[in-house]
Design a protein around this ligand. Structure first.
Ligand SMILES: [Mg+2]
Length: 408
């Protein structure tokens, strides 16, 4: 099988209400933006994936990856991983493209990707992953409403300037929710973005103090309490914390995450395949979790397509009994706008997601919605690539290149 065409779309879904992500303090998010890739094979199979985007920053990406991926075998994941790595040496992070090849593999075999990865169709619980900082009293009201809707667990965010306010937040929410509701908390210190507000970065001392307060308030886990590449700091915190420590959502694939296992940074590993190495490298993390008795729980806060990819990873891990992150912050970050160009993903009244059985990654692009929110900005085929090379390098050099590539 060969990749015969690549198309790229800027997708921008306007939110009905502005969303204020704690990971970019002070930034009003008005759109759900991502780059959509559509890869078509010579036998007509289409694979899709999406990479989170703020705007049109990937405008020139097609020019680069076209030359790498056209003609490649999408079922040779090792080869694809290698080509994407090579295409990233000059600065692009291309891991999000790899799942599109798994989509093709699944569709060609008529099986969901999680099944190919050794998983099975089973209902899985989801937790309500909030995305904003609200006053604790307001948060309690919101989570009580979620509890009514079947959620048994939620994740809070803390992003105050002072530690005492972060502690006040978790204390008040725990008190308001009672003991029979699971709570995790995300400090979002792993990859600080300070383009608007300058919130100070945590140090180990603050993280340890916060962990003590979390322990006293029966918090299930603390996510990204320190910089995601501060391996020694995370390991030192884990060693003394009474609460599980988690992270690795955006780390640079297995190359970085294997160091975390060596240093024993986390109790829970949360790589997102669209950022942290694609599906193949996240599978390595899942295997390492099994071997080292650590938990796996993928980050899914991107968009509906990213959620499906994380969902596949969770389903592939048969024995995993954690709940899956379900991004939800009403009224702004809600299924309709989070999914954008695919059907909204809705848990049942017990906050369980019933498994999908559609071949591939499991979602179907709604062409009408793609037309509405998406704009195709790049398309390359074998013929177009050939013409481009001839135009740039001349006919003789183009024929020469072709010969050399084919003789590999
Ligand atoms: Mg997180």
């Amino acid at each position: 099988m060969k990749i015969s065409a690549i198309e790229l779309y800027h997708v921008s879904v306007p939110l009905k209400h502005t969303f204020w992500p704690t990971w970019i303090p002070g930034y009003p998010q008005t759109h759900n933006g991502f780059t959509l890739i559509k890869i078509t094979t010579d036998d007509g199979i289409e694979g899709y994936s999406a990479g989170a985007a703020l705007g049109v920053e990937r405008q020139g990406l097609g020019d680069l990856i076209g030359g790498y991926l056209i003609g490649a075998d999408p079922t040779d994941i090792e080869g694809i991983q290698s080509l994407l790595k090579q295409a990233g040496f000059l600065g692009w992070r291309n891991f999000w493209i790899e799942p599109a090849c798994w989509d093709i593999i699944g569709k060609s075999l008529g099986k969901p990707v999680y099944e190919i990865l050794g998983g099975n169709a089973r209902p899985i619980p989801v937790y309500c992953s909030t995305g904003e900082m609200h006053e604790p009293e307001q948060r309690v009201d919101e989570l009580l409403a979620m509890k009514e809707r079947g959620f048994k667990e939620a994740k809070l965010r803390v992003k105050n300037i002072e530690l005492k306010d972060d502690i006040r937040h978790i204390e008040a929410v725990r008190k308001g929710m009672g003991d029979d509701f699971g709570l995790g908390v995300d400090a979002n210190q792993g990859w600080l973005v300070t383009i608007v507000d300058k919130i100070p970065a945590w140090d180990l001392k603050r993280a340890i103090e916060f962990a003590k307060a979390c322990h006293a308030n029966d918090i299930g886990w603390i996510e990204e309490p320190l910089d995601s590449r501060d391996y020694d700091g995370n390991a030192a915190l884990k060693a003394v914390s009474g609460v599980k420590i988690s992270g690795a959502e955006l780390n640079y694939g297995w190359d970085e995450i294997k160091i975390m296992f060596e240093k024993d940074c986390f109790d829970i590993y949360q790589p997102d395949a669209t950022f942290a190495g694609g599906i193949a490298q996240v599978m390595k993390v899942i295997e390492a979790c099994r071997a080292n008795k650590r938990d796996f729980s993928p980050h899914t806060w991107t968009n509906g397509i990213g959620f499906y990819i994380g969902w596949n990873m969770m389903l592939s891990d048969k024995e995993n009994n954690r709940s899956l992150e379900y991004p939800l912050e009403e009224p702004s970050w809600v299924p309709e706008f989070r999914e954008g160009i695919i059907e909204p993903i809705i848990p049942d009244k017990n906050a369980m997601l019933q498994p999908f059985t559609r071949p591939g990654l499991g979602f179907e692009i709604d062409r009408k919605l793609l037309r509405k929110y998406g704009k195709r900005f790049f398309k390359i085929t074998e013929t177009r690539l050939k013409l481009k090379v001839i135009r740039q390098k001349g006919l003789k050099a183009a024929l020469d290149l072709k010969k050399r590539k084919e003789s590999r």
